[in-house]
Design a protein around this ligand. Structure first.
Ligand SMILES: NC(=O)c1ccc[n+]([C@@H]2O[C@H](COP(=O)([O-])OP(=O)(O)OC[C@H]3O[C@@H](n4cnc5c(N)ncnc54)[C@H](O)[C@@H]3O)[C@@H](O)[C@H]2O)c1
Length: 421
C-alpha cells in the first residue's frame, strides 16, 4: 500500500517537493491532504494532485484538528511559523516530518522541538538540501577517506549574487530579522551545516563581523524614487532596477524563472500583465535603498572546532557569481571547490578534477531531489540508517553557531564560546 504525505505551505518549496514526490515516487507515495492560508494556492495546486475539497485546509489549526491524516507531513511555510506548526504536528502524532529551514531564530524553540521529537519518537528531518547533493556528498566521502589527512581549515564563501540578494534579502521575504531571522541563519545555516558536517567535531568558539552596509536610504543615488516605476531618475545606471530585472532584460528574466514570478504575484499561473502590476505596485518594485530591510548584506564568521581546526565563512550579497566556493585544507592535501567544479591536490602527488555528478542541475535542485528520495526511503521503511540525514539534532548545531555569530557581530566581533550540552 502507498504511504501518504500531507503538505502545509504550498509555495515554492512545498510545491517543488510535491512535484518530486509525484514524478519520482508515485508508485510508493501519494499526496493526501493540503494546507495553505491562501485559497488561491489550494485552488491552483490541489487539482493537480487529485486532493479533494474535504482534504484541503486553510489553516494549520483546522488541519491538525482532524488528527493524523497521513504517514508523513511536509512543512514548507515561511520561517516565522515553523516552530508553532511543527510543535502542533508532533503533539498531534505525526511521526515523519520534513521541515524547511531555518527551524527558528530562538534557541529555546528549536531545542524544544528537538526534545519533543525525541520524547514522541518522531523523525524530524530539516531540509539542509546541500548535504544530499552528489557534490557535497563527494567532498564528505573524500574527507572521510583520510586522503587529505587531518582537516586543518575550511574557507567557504556563499556568493548570494547581487540580484538574488536584492530579491530575497532587501525586497523580499527574508529582508527583516523580525519576520524571518538574521541573514546568516536564513541563508547560511546550510553553509554552517556543511562546515560542521565536514569537520565532524564540536564547534567551540565563534566570532563574526558584518553589517548592512549598502542597502540603506543614505546610499540612494540622486533622483532615486521609492519605487522603480514611480519616476526614478537613477534607473539607467542602477543594476537593481526592478523593471529591468523582472520585466525587460531577457538575461534576468531567464533567471527569474517561474517560481520567482509566483513570489512576485502570489499566483501560480501568471500573465505578463500580472508581473507588470506586481513590479509597478508591489514589494518587489521598491527601490532597494528605500525598503524596510535590516538584515546584513555582508558577514564573516570564524569558527574554531574542538579538533583545533578552524573555518571561515563569508556571506556576501554583491557577487555576480551565484554559487558557493570552498577551500578545504588537510595535512596531506586540499580540495578546491568552485561552484560544482572540484579539484583535489594531494601534496607531493597528483592533482585531479573530481567527478561528482554526470549532470549538475541548477541551484540546489539535485540536493532537493535526493533529500526527497531519502525521506521517501525512511517513511517507506526501506532504511533506518540516519547517517548523513539532516535530523533536528544536526540543525541545532548549525543554528547554535549562526546565533553565536550574530551575538558576536553585535558585540564587535568578540568571541562567543559554545558549550556542549
Ligand atoms: N531548503 C532550502 O534550501 C530553502 C530554500 C528556499 C527557501 N527555504 C525555506 O522554505 C520555506 C518556504 O519558502 P518558499 O520560498 O516556498 O516560501 P513561499 O512564500 O513561496 O511559500 C510559503 C507558503 O506557505 C503559506 N503559508 C505561510 N504561512 C502559513 C500558515 N501559517 N499556514 C498555512 N500556510 C502558510 C503561504 O501562503 C505560501 O503559499 C521558508 O521557510 C524558506 O526559508 C528553504
Amino acid at each position: 500500500m502507498k504511504k501518504t504525505v500531507s503538505v502545509i505551505g504550498l509555495g515554492n518549496r512545498g510545491t517543488e517537493y510535491m512535484g518530486f514526490l509525484k514524478y519520482f515516487h508515485r508508485s510508493k507515495v501519494e499526496i493526501y491532504a493540503l494546507c495553505d492560508k491562501r485559497q488561491q494556492a489550494l485552488d491552483d495546486i490541489a487539482p493537480k494532485y487529485g486532493v479533494p475539497k474535504e482534504r484541503q485546509f486553510l489553516s494549520p489549526d483546522v488541519f491538525f484538528a482532524h488528527g493524523v491524516l497521513s504517514d508523513a507531513l511536509i512543512i514548507a511555510t515561511q520561517d516565522a511559523s515553523h516552530y508553532e506548526i511543527t510543535k502542533q504536528a508532533i503533539l498531534t502524532g505525526y511521526k515523519y516530518i520534513l521541515l524547511e529551514k531555518p527551524v527558528s531564530g530562538v534557541r529555546a524553540e528549536y531545542t524544544e522541538l528537538r526534545d519533543l521529537a525525541l520524547a514522541h519518537g518522531v523523525l524530524l528531518v530539516i531540509c539542509h538540501v546541500l548535504r544530499y547533493s552528489n557534490y557535497y556528498s563527494k567532498i564528505k566521502e573524500i574527507i572521510q577517506s583520510g586522503e587529505l589527512g587531518d582537516i586543518v581549515s575550511i574557507n567557504h564563501t556563499e556568493n548570494v549574487g547581487y540580484f538574488h540578494f536584492a530579491h530575497s534579502f532587501v525586497r523580499g521575504n527574508w529582508r527583516s530579522e523580525a519576520e524571518s531571522t538574521p541573514s546568516i541563519l536564513a541563508k547560511c545555516c546550510h553553509d554552517i551545516d556543511l562546515i560542521a558536517w565536514f569537520m565532524d567535531a564540536p564547534c567551540v568558539s565563534v566570532s563574526s563581523v558584518g553589517s548592512l552596509k549598502f542597502f540603506r536610504k543614505e546610499n540612494a543615488p540622486a533622483g532615486a524614487a521609492p519605487t522603480c516605476m514611480g519616476g526614478c531618475k537613477a534607473k539607467k545606471d542602477c543594476p537593481y532596477d526592478a523593471q529591468r530585472l523582472y520585466l525587460t532584460d531577457p538575461f534576468y528574466k531567464a533567471k527569474f524563472i517561474k517560481f520567482m514570478k509566483r513570489t512576485l504575484t502570489g499566483k501560480t499561473h501568471n500573465k505578463k500583465s500580472d508581473v507588470e502590476a506586481a513590479v509597478k505596485n508591489g514589494d518587489y518594485g521598491r527601490c532597494v535603498f528605500f525598503c524596510d530591510n535590516d538584515v546584513c548584506d555582508n558577514q564573516f564568521v570564524t569558527m574554531t572546532f574542538q579538533s583545533g581546526a578552524t573555518a571561515v565563512l563569508e556571506m556576501n550579497g554583491f557577487s555576480d557569481k551565484m554559487f558557493r566556493e570552498c577551500h578545504i585544507v588537510g595535512t596531506k592535501g586540499e580540495l578546491v571547490g568552485y561552484g560544482t567544479k572540484l579539484k583535489k591536490h594531494i601534496f607531493g602527488g597528483k592533482t585531479s578534477n573530481v567527478k561528482t555528478s554526470k549532470l549538475h542541475l541548477s541551484g540546489h535542485v539535485e540536493g532537493d531531489i535526493r533529500l526527497i528520495a531519502g525521506f521517501v526511503k525512511l517513511i517507506c521503511g526501506e532504511t533506518t540508517d540516519l547517517t548523513n540525514i539532516t535530523t533536528i539534532e544536526a540543525t541545532v548545531v548549525s543554528h547554535d553557531i549562526a546565533l553565536a555569530a550574530e551575538q558576536s557581530r553585535k558585540h564587535g566581533g568578540a568571541p562567543v564560546l559554545l558549550e556542549s550540552e
